[in-house]
Design a protein around this ligand. Structure first.
Ligand SMILES: NC(=O)c1ccc[n+]([C@@H]2O[C@H](COP(=O)([O-])OP(=O)(O)OC[C@H]3O[C@@H](n4cnc5c(N)ncnc54)[C@H](OP(=O)(O)O)[C@@H]3O)[C@@H](O)[C@H]2O)c1
Length: 348
Protein backbone atom coordinates (compact mmCIF):
# COMPACT_ATOMS: atom_id res chain seq x y z
CA UNK A 1 0.00 0.00 0.00
CA UNK A 2 1.48 3.35 -1.04
CA UNK A 3 0.98 6.71 0.66
CA UNK A 4 1.95 9.93 -1.12
CA UNK A 5 2.48 12.97 1.12
CA UNK A 6 1.93 16.22 -0.81
CA UNK A 7 3.57 19.38 0.59
CA UNK A 8 6.12 17.04 2.16
CA UNK A 9 8.80 19.69 2.77
CA UNK A 10 6.51 22.24 4.50
CA UNK A 11 6.63 22.54 8.30
CA UNK A 12 3.75 20.09 8.89
CA UNK A 13 4.51 17.95 5.83
CA UNK A 14 8.10 17.35 6.97
CA UNK A 15 6.99 16.36 10.48
CA UNK A 16 4.42 13.99 8.96
CA UNK A 17 6.92 12.55 6.46
CA UNK A 18 9.58 11.93 9.11
CA UNK A 19 7.05 10.28 11.45
CA UNK A 20 5.70 8.14 8.60
CA UNK A 21 9.20 6.78 8.02
CA UNK A 22 9.63 6.19 11.77
CA UNK A 23 6.34 4.21 11.77
CA UNK A 24 7.66 1.96 8.99
CA UNK A 25 5.56 3.43 6.19
CA UNK A 26 7.62 4.15 3.11
CA UNK A 27 5.89 7.33 1.88
CA UNK A 28 6.45 8.95 -1.49
CA UNK A 29 7.32 12.59 -0.83
CA UNK A 30 5.75 15.09 -3.19
CA UNK A 31 5.50 18.81 -3.78
CA UNK A 32 6.30 21.51 -6.29
CA UNK A 33 9.84 22.49 -5.20
CA UNK A 34 12.26 19.89 -6.59
CA UNK A 35 15.29 21.06 -4.59
CA UNK A 36 13.47 21.03 -1.25
CA UNK A 37 11.97 17.63 -2.08
CA UNK A 38 15.25 16.00 -3.09
CA UNK A 39 16.94 17.29 0.07
CA UNK A 40 14.20 15.80 2.26
CA UNK A 41 14.14 12.61 0.18
CA UNK A 42 17.90 12.13 0.71
CA UNK A 43 17.54 12.79 4.42
CA UNK A 44 14.63 10.35 4.88
CA UNK A 45 15.73 7.90 2.15
CA UNK A 46 12.37 8.17 0.40
CA UNK A 47 11.44 8.45 -3.25
CA UNK A 48 10.19 11.85 -4.40
CA UNK A 49 7.76 13.17 -7.03
CA UNK A 50 7.98 16.79 -8.11
CA UNK A 51 4.77 18.23 -9.56
CA UNK A 52 2.75 21.38 -9.16
CA UNK A 53 -1.01 21.37 -9.29
CA UNK A 54 -1.61 23.51 -12.37
CA UNK A 55 -1.69 20.76 -15.00
CA UNK A 56 -4.55 18.33 -14.23
CA UNK A 57 -3.28 15.55 -16.52
CA UNK A 58 0.12 15.57 -14.79
CA UNK A 59 -1.46 15.40 -11.32
CA UNK A 60 -3.68 12.51 -12.43
CA UNK A 61 -0.80 10.51 -13.89
CA UNK A 62 1.31 11.14 -10.78
CA UNK A 63 -1.24 9.77 -8.31
CA UNK A 64 -2.51 6.90 -10.52
CA UNK A 65 -0.33 4.21 -8.94
CA UNK A 66 -0.63 5.32 -5.30
CA UNK A 67 -3.31 4.10 -2.87
CA UNK A 68 -3.81 7.27 -0.82
CA UNK A 69 -2.76 10.92 -0.88
CA UNK A 70 -2.21 12.83 2.38
CA UNK A 71 -2.23 16.51 1.47
CA UNK A 72 -0.24 18.75 3.85
CA UNK A 73 0.04 21.73 1.45
CA UNK A 74 -2.06 24.67 2.55
CA UNK A 75 -3.85 26.99 2.20
CA UNK A 76 -6.03 24.10 1.03
CA UNK A 77 -8.40 26.41 -0.84
CA UNK A 78 -5.61 26.32 -3.49
CA UNK A 79 -4.48 22.70 -3.25
CA UNK A 80 -7.41 20.42 -2.35
CA UNK A 81 -9.47 20.64 -5.56
CA UNK A 82 -6.76 19.63 -8.07
CA UNK A 83 -5.63 16.70 -5.89
CA UNK A 84 -9.22 15.54 -5.27
CA UNK A 85 -9.97 15.76 -9.01
CA UNK A 86 -7.04 13.45 -9.69
CA UNK A 87 -7.93 11.10 -6.81
CA UNK A 88 -11.55 10.71 -7.92
CA UNK A 89 -10.45 10.03 -11.49
CA UNK A 90 -7.89 7.39 -10.48
CA UNK A 91 -9.68 5.71 -7.55
CA UNK A 92 -7.13 7.04 -5.03
CA UNK A 93 -8.20 7.81 -1.45
CA UNK A 94 -7.68 11.41 -0.28
CA UNK A 95 -6.89 12.83 3.17
CA UNK A 96 -5.70 16.26 4.25
CA UNK A 97 -5.03 18.40 7.33
CA UNK A 98 -7.20 21.36 6.39
CA UNK A 99 -9.22 23.34 8.92
CA UNK A 100 -10.80 25.62 6.27
CA UNK A 101 -14.59 25.27 6.43
CA UNK A 102 -15.08 26.22 2.79
CA UNK A 103 -12.76 23.39 1.75
CA UNK A 104 -14.82 20.92 3.85
CA UNK A 105 -17.98 22.25 2.20
CA UNK A 106 -16.51 21.85 -1.28
CA UNK A 107 -15.41 18.27 -0.55
CA UNK A 108 -18.74 17.35 1.07
CA UNK A 109 -20.42 18.48 -2.15
CA UNK A 110 -18.39 15.81 -3.99
CA UNK A 111 -19.70 12.95 -1.84
CA UNK A 112 -21.79 11.26 -4.58
CA UNK A 113 -18.99 11.49 -7.12
CA UNK A 114 -16.45 10.03 -4.67
CA UNK A 115 -18.83 7.28 -3.53
CA UNK A 116 -19.42 6.27 -7.16
CA UNK A 117 -15.65 6.10 -7.68
CA UNK A 118 -15.20 4.13 -4.41
CA UNK A 119 -12.88 6.84 -3.11
CA UNK A 120 -12.64 8.01 0.52
CA UNK A 121 -12.53 11.80 0.97
CA UNK A 122 -11.35 12.39 4.53
CA UNK A 123 -10.23 15.99 5.07
CA UNK A 124 -9.37 17.43 8.48
CA UNK A 125 -7.24 14.65 9.98
CA UNK A 126 -5.18 17.15 12.01
CA UNK A 127 -5.75 19.07 15.25
CA UNK A 128 -8.61 20.69 13.45
CA UNK A 129 -10.86 18.63 13.35
CA UNK A 130 -9.92 15.28 14.95
CA UNK A 131 -10.34 16.13 18.68
CA UNK A 132 -13.36 18.41 18.26
CA UNK A 133 -15.04 15.92 15.93
CA UNK A 134 -14.51 13.11 18.46
CA UNK A 135 -15.87 15.36 21.25
CA UNK A 136 -18.94 16.15 19.10
CA UNK A 137 -19.57 12.44 18.45
CA UNK A 138 -19.08 11.57 22.16
CA UNK A 139 -21.57 14.29 23.18
CA UNK A 140 -24.17 12.87 20.81
CA UNK A 141 -23.66 9.41 22.32
CA UNK A 142 -24.49 10.95 25.72
CA UNK A 143 -27.29 13.24 24.52
CA UNK A 144 -28.81 11.74 21.36
CA UNK A 145 -31.56 14.42 21.25
CA UNK A 146 -29.07 17.32 21.18
CA UNK A 147 -30.06 20.14 18.84
CA UNK A 148 -27.14 22.52 19.43
CA UNK A 149 -23.40 22.00 19.69
CA UNK A 150 -20.69 24.43 20.74
CA UNK A 151 -17.08 23.31 20.28
CA UNK A 152 -13.79 25.02 20.97
CA UNK A 153 -10.11 24.85 21.73
CA UNK A 154 -7.46 26.59 23.77
CA UNK A 155 -3.96 25.82 22.50
CA UNK A 156 -0.50 26.83 23.78
CA UNK A 157 2.28 27.88 21.53
CA UNK A 158 3.16 29.54 18.27
CA UNK A 159 1.75 28.69 14.89
CA UNK A 160 3.73 27.73 11.79
CA UNK A 161 4.02 29.84 8.65
CA UNK A 162 1.35 27.94 6.72
CA UNK A 163 -1.13 28.16 9.58
CA UNK A 164 -0.50 31.91 9.88
CA UNK A 165 -0.88 32.40 6.10
CA UNK A 166 -4.11 30.43 6.12
CA UNK A 167 -5.34 32.62 8.99
CA UNK A 168 -4.36 35.81 7.11
CA UNK A 169 -6.53 34.67 4.21
CA UNK A 170 -9.47 34.47 6.60
CA UNK A 171 -8.87 37.91 8.18
CA UNK A 172 -11.85 40.20 8.22
CA UNK A 173 -14.19 37.40 7.03
CA UNK A 174 -17.69 37.45 8.48
CA UNK A 175 -17.96 35.25 11.57
CA UNK A 176 -20.22 32.40 10.58
CA UNK A 177 -21.91 29.59 12.49
CA UNK A 178 -24.41 26.89 11.57
CA UNK A 179 -28.05 27.59 12.44
CA UNK A 180 -30.97 25.44 11.34
CA UNK A 181 -28.57 23.50 9.13
CA UNK A 182 -27.33 26.55 7.19
CA UNK A 183 -24.16 28.61 7.54
CA UNK A 184 -25.18 32.12 8.63
CA UNK A 185 -23.49 35.26 9.89
CA UNK A 186 -23.36 34.99 13.69
CA UNK A 187 -25.21 37.74 15.64
CA UNK A 188 -22.71 40.03 17.41
CA UNK A 189 -23.88 39.08 20.93
CA UNK A 190 -23.04 35.39 20.27
CA UNK A 191 -19.50 36.04 19.03
CA UNK A 192 -17.78 36.06 22.40
CA UNK A 193 -18.23 33.82 25.40
CA UNK A 194 -16.32 32.74 28.52
CA UNK A 195 -15.47 29.03 28.48
CA UNK A 196 -13.70 26.63 30.83
CA UNK A 197 -11.74 24.58 28.31
CA UNK A 198 -10.15 22.61 31.12
CA UNK A 199 -7.86 25.09 32.89
CA UNK A 200 -10.29 27.72 34.18
CA UNK A 201 -12.62 30.13 32.44
CA UNK A 202 -11.18 32.37 29.75
CA UNK A 203 -12.52 34.63 27.01
CA UNK A 204 -13.17 32.97 23.65
CA UNK A 205 -14.30 34.19 20.25
CA UNK A 206 -16.35 32.44 17.59
CA UNK A 207 -14.23 31.31 14.63
CA UNK A 208 -15.34 29.98 11.25
CA UNK A 209 -13.50 26.64 11.56
CA UNK A 210 -13.98 23.33 9.84
CA UNK A 211 -16.17 21.85 12.57
CA UNK A 212 -19.01 24.00 11.25
CA UNK A 213 -19.18 21.46 8.44
CA UNK A 214 -17.70 18.32 9.98
CA UNK A 215 -19.56 18.30 13.34
CA UNK A 216 -22.85 18.81 11.51
CA UNK A 217 -21.97 15.93 9.19
CA UNK A 218 -20.81 13.61 11.99
CA UNK A 219 -23.76 14.27 14.34
CA UNK A 220 -26.61 15.58 12.16
CA UNK A 221 -27.00 18.54 14.56
CA UNK A 222 -28.07 21.71 12.73
CA UNK A 223 -26.76 24.34 15.18
CA UNK A 224 -22.96 24.42 15.54
CA UNK A 225 -20.71 27.22 16.83
CA UNK A 226 -16.92 26.99 17.16
CA UNK A 227 -14.86 29.05 19.61
CA UNK A 228 -11.13 29.64 20.07
CA UNK A 229 -9.72 30.85 23.40
CA UNK A 230 -8.25 34.32 23.22
CA UNK A 231 -4.92 34.84 24.96
CA UNK A 232 -5.11 38.24 26.77
CA UNK A 233 -2.72 39.85 24.24
CA UNK A 234 -4.91 38.74 21.32
CA UNK A 235 -8.10 39.89 23.08
CA UNK A 236 -6.55 43.38 23.41
CA UNK A 237 -5.41 43.39 19.77
CA UNK A 238 -8.90 42.39 18.61
CA UNK A 239 -10.42 45.35 20.41
CA UNK A 240 -7.84 47.68 18.84
CA UNK A 241 -8.29 46.14 15.36
CA UNK A 242 -12.10 46.40 15.34
CA UNK A 243 -12.20 49.85 13.70
CA UNK A 244 -9.84 48.68 10.92
CA UNK A 245 -11.78 45.46 10.17
CA UNK A 246 -12.88 46.65 6.71
CA UNK A 247 -9.25 47.51 5.87
CA UNK A 248 -8.20 43.92 6.63
CA UNK A 249 -10.63 42.71 4.00
CA UNK A 250 -8.81 44.58 1.24
CA UNK A 251 -6.54 42.64 -1.10
CA UNK A 252 -3.42 44.84 -0.78
CA UNK A 253 -3.46 44.61 3.03
CA UNK A 254 -3.92 40.84 3.00
CA UNK A 255 -1.13 40.50 0.42
CA UNK A 256 1.18 42.62 2.57
CA UNK A 257 0.39 40.64 5.74
CA UNK A 258 0.90 37.38 3.84
CA UNK A 259 4.38 38.55 2.76
CA UNK A 260 5.27 39.58 6.32
CA UNK A 261 4.13 36.21 7.66
CA UNK A 262 5.94 34.29 4.89
CA UNK A 263 9.18 36.06 5.74
CA UNK A 264 8.98 36.00 9.54
CA UNK A 265 6.90 33.18 10.97
CA UNK A 266 8.71 29.96 11.87
CA UNK A 267 6.97 26.96 13.36
CA UNK A 268 7.50 25.86 16.99
CA UNK A 269 10.69 23.90 17.75
CA UNK A 270 10.55 20.27 18.96
CA UNK A 271 11.29 21.44 22.52
CA UNK A 272 8.51 24.04 22.35
CA UNK A 273 6.07 21.45 21.01
CA UNK A 274 6.98 19.03 23.77
CA UNK A 275 6.08 21.70 26.37
CA UNK A 276 2.81 22.75 24.69
CA UNK A 277 -0.66 21.50 25.62
CA UNK A 278 -4.09 22.08 24.14
CA UNK A 279 -7.56 21.84 25.62
CA UNK A 280 -10.63 20.95 23.60
CA UNK A 281 -14.16 21.56 24.83
CA UNK A 282 -17.64 20.71 23.62
CA UNK A 283 -21.12 21.36 24.91
CA UNK A 284 -24.37 19.78 23.65
CA UNK A 285 -27.85 21.10 24.45
CA UNK A 286 -31.31 19.69 23.88
CA UNK A 287 -34.51 21.72 23.37
CA UNK A 288 -35.59 20.47 26.81
CA UNK A 289 -32.61 22.26 28.41
CA UNK A 290 -30.37 19.24 29.07
CA UNK A 291 -26.66 20.03 28.77
CA UNK A 292 -23.63 17.74 28.42
CA UNK A 293 -19.96 18.76 28.39
CA UNK A 294 -16.82 16.85 27.31
CA UNK A 295 -13.26 18.13 27.50
CA UNK A 296 -9.92 16.78 26.30
CA UNK A 297 -6.34 17.63 27.17
CA UNK A 298 -4.06 16.94 24.23
CA UNK A 299 -0.39 17.29 23.26
CA UNK A 300 0.78 20.16 21.05
CA UNK A 301 -1.54 20.67 18.03
CA UNK A 302 1.21 19.93 15.48
CA UNK A 303 2.28 16.76 17.27
CA UNK A 304 -1.37 15.68 17.42
CA UNK A 305 -1.72 16.47 13.71
CA UNK A 306 1.23 14.23 12.87
CA UNK A 307 0.00 11.22 14.86
CA UNK A 308 -3.69 11.57 13.97
CA UNK A 309 -3.10 12.10 10.26
CA UNK A 310 -0.85 9.06 9.96
CA UNK A 311 -3.21 6.88 12.03
CA UNK A 312 -6.06 7.97 9.75
CA UNK A 313 -4.00 7.32 6.62
CA UNK A 314 -3.09 3.83 7.87
CA UNK A 315 -6.77 3.02 8.54
CA UNK A 316 -7.80 4.32 5.12
CA UNK A 317 -5.06 2.24 3.47
CA UNK A 318 -6.28 -0.79 5.44
CA UNK A 319 -9.76 -0.31 3.95
CA UNK A 320 -11.35 0.75 7.27
CA UNK A 321 -12.97 3.97 6.03
CA UNK A 322 -16.18 4.31 4.02
CA UNK A 323 -16.25 5.63 0.44
CA UNK A 324 -17.40 9.18 -0.19
CA UNK A 325 -17.01 12.26 2.00
CA UNK A 326 -16.46 11.40 5.64
CA UNK A 327 -15.13 12.89 8.88
CA UNK A 328 -12.61 11.52 11.41
CA UNK A 329 -15.24 10.48 13.99
CA UNK A 330 -17.72 9.60 11.24
CA UNK A 331 -15.22 7.14 9.80
CA UNK A 332 -13.60 5.78 12.98
CA UNK A 333 -15.87 6.71 15.93
CA UNK A 334 -15.53 9.09 18.88
CA UNK A 335 -12.57 7.18 20.37
CA UNK A 336 -10.37 7.75 17.31
CA UNK A 337 -8.55 10.63 19.08
CA UNK A 338 -7.33 8.12 21.69
CA UNK A 339 -4.78 6.83 19.15
CA UNK A 340 -2.77 9.97 19.95
CA UNK A 341 -0.39 9.50 22.88
CA UNK A 342 -1.15 11.82 25.79
CA UNK A 343 -4.83 12.53 25.05
CA UNK A 344 -6.99 12.55 28.21
CA UNK A 345 -10.78 12.90 28.51
CA UNK A 346 -11.14 15.26 31.48
CA UNK A 347 -14.80 14.66 32.38
CA UNK A 348 -14.67 10.87 32.72
N1 LIG B 1 -5.72 20.88 10.72
C1 LIG B 1 -4.74 21.29 11.49
O1 LIG B 1 -4.85 21.28 12.70
C2 LIG B 1 -3.46 21.74 10.88
C3 LIG B 1 -2.25 21.48 11.50
C4 LIG B 1 -1.07 21.89 10.87
C5 LIG B 1 -1.14 22.60 9.67
N2 LIG B 1 -2.36 22.84 9.13
C6 LIG B 1 -2.48 23.56 7.85
O2 LIG B 1 -1.57 22.96 6.94
C7 LIG B 1 -1.11 23.93 6.02
C8 LIG B 1 0.41 23.87 5.95
O3 LIG B 1 0.95 24.38 7.13
P1 LIG B 1 2.54 24.45 7.36
O4 LIG B 1 2.73 25.10 8.63
O5 LIG B 1 3.12 23.12 7.12
O6 LIG B 1 2.94 25.45 6.19
P2 LIG B 1 4.33 25.65 5.40
O7 LIG B 1 5.50 25.28 6.22
O8 LIG B 1 4.25 27.02 4.81
O9 LIG B 1 4.19 24.59 4.21
C9 LIG B 1 3.21 24.70 3.24
C10 LIG B 1 3.48 23.67 2.17
O10 LIG B 1 2.42 23.75 1.21
C11 LIG B 1 2.99 23.95 -0.08
N3 LIG B 1 2.06 24.75 -0.88
C12 LIG B 1 1.38 25.85 -0.51
N4 LIG B 1 0.62 26.30 -1.52
C13 LIG B 1 0.82 25.44 -2.55
C14 LIG B 1 0.32 25.35 -3.87
N5 LIG B 1 -0.55 26.25 -4.35
N6 LIG B 1 0.73 24.32 -4.66
C15 LIG B 1 1.60 23.41 -4.19
N7 LIG B 1 2.14 23.45 -2.95
C16 LIG B 1 1.75 24.44 -2.14
C17 LIG B 1 4.28 24.67 0.18
O11 LIG B 1 5.13 24.55 -0.91
P3 LIG B 1 6.02 25.82 -1.41
O12 LIG B 1 7.02 26.06 -0.30
O13 LIG B 1 6.63 25.35 -2.66
O14 LIG B 1 5.06 26.97 -1.53
C18 LIG B 1 4.77 23.90 1.42
O15 LIG B 1 5.31 22.65 1.06
C19 LIG B 1 -1.70 25.26 6.48
O16 LIG B 1 -2.84 25.55 5.70
C20 LIG B 1 -2.08 25.01 7.92
O17 LIG B 1 -3.16 25.83 8.32
C21 LIG B 1 -3.51 22.43 9.69
Amino acid sequence: MTLLVYGAYGYTGALVSRAAVDRGTDPILAGRDGDALRELGRDLRCSVREFDLSIPEAVTETVRDVDAVLNCAGPFASTAAPLVDACVETGTDYLDVTGEFRVFEALAARDAEATAADVTLLPGVGFDVVPTDCVAAALLDRLPDATALALGFDADGDVSRGTARTAVRGLGETVVARRGGALVSLPTDERERRIDFGRGERPAAAVPWGDLVTAAHTTGVGDVTVYAALPPRVARLRRLARPVGPLLRTRPVRWLLDRVVAARVEGPTAAERAANRAFVWGEARTDAGEVAVERLRTPDPYDLTVEASLAAAERVLAGDAPSGFTTPAGAFGSSFVDVVDGVTWLDR
